[in-house]
Design a protein around this ligand. Structure first.
Ligand code: ADP
Length: 262
């Protein structure tokens, strides 16, 4: 081997060595990322279990408080005491709702994907409307299901929570004697579902924030946990979809959910 050839060989050897070193570095980096991800998954699971245990413990205590409130209500009480009891009862209900929603959200964060089945969207929405009928009737709000009766979507049955939450909010943040429309269209392999209300609307600076946990905008006099839209967002994410809110002209909001058809 002459000098030139041995130099070339040496250079090649260096290149291969560098390549191997690069690959080794890359491999080590990947391995450390994988380790971190496994650890994160374990932590999330532990967190979910912890939340589950704590929430159930608190729920048991809260149920006892609720029973005592019912017991007290049976006594002859002055009107102002009754009023305070009613308030306490409402706060207890809110705690229960927050606990249930926290458990639900924590569980949704602990999974990466869902099993999906083909479902009829019109029927799914009809069931959601049915479960909210009493609430809507109280405010004389009519919910119109304008979805094509043959439209099929590929979703997990939990997807009904998305529709229920959005309709529940549409009723909550609408004025009495108004209406809510739910419609859907297919475009570019996606299904776009719209929930339109004619209520209080949402200022631009809140349009993104409200999808985060505990972010509330119009709180005055309206009960809520600030977790509903975070749950909606997570379920939509698990369907590889997107959710956002737009203004409904001249008044109210349109919540848009877009999920892949398949
Ligand atoms: P909450 O329990 O407070 O309703 P959500 O997470 O469901 O919690 O909603 C977060 C916030 O987004 C609400 O507090 C409200 O300010 C706003 N919001 C949600 N839906 C509507 C709507 N249809 N119209 C106006 N504001 C809404």
């Amino acid at each position: 081997m002459n000098n030139l050839t041995s130099l070339k060989c040496f250079k090649m050897f260096l290149c291969i060595l560098k390549d191997i070193t690069d690959k080794k570095e890359l491999y080590e980096k990947l391995e450390s990322v994988m380790k971190k991800m496994t650890l994160m998954k374990k932590l999330v699971k532990r967190k979910v279990i912890a939340i589950d245990i704590i929430s159930h413990d608190i729920l048991n205590q809260v149920t006892s408080i609720k029973n005592y409130i019912q017991l007290l209500k049976e006594f002859k009480l002055e009107e102002n005491v009754k009023k305070i009891l009613r308030r306490i009862d409402k706060y207890v209900d809110r705690i229960v709702e927050i606990l249930h929603n926290s458990i639900r959200l924590a569980k949704l964060y602990s999974i990466d994907e869902f099993q999906k089945v083909e479902m009829n969207l019109y029927e799914l929405v009809s069931s959601a409307i049915y479960s909210l009928e009493t609430k809507a009737r109280k405010k004389n709000i009519k919910i119109k299901n304008l979805i094509d009766r043959n439209l099929l979507v590929n979703v997990n049955p939990i997807f009904i929570n998305v529709i229920e939450n959005l309709l529940d909010n549409a009723i909550k943040y609408s004025y009495e004697n108004s209406h809510v429309i739910i419609e859907a269209e297919e475009l570019n392999g996606k299904v776009r579902i719209k929930v339109k209300d004619y209520g209080v609307g949402i200022p631009d600076e809140y349009k993104k924030k409200i999808f985060e946990r505990f972010e509330r905008y119009s709180k005055e006099g309206i009960k809520g946990t600030g977790l509903g839209l975070a749950i909606v967002k997570r379920i939509v994410e698990l369907h590889n979809g997107e959710v956002w809110v737009e203004d409904n002209k001249p008044r109210g909001s349109i919540f848009v959910v877009e999920i892949p058809k398949k």
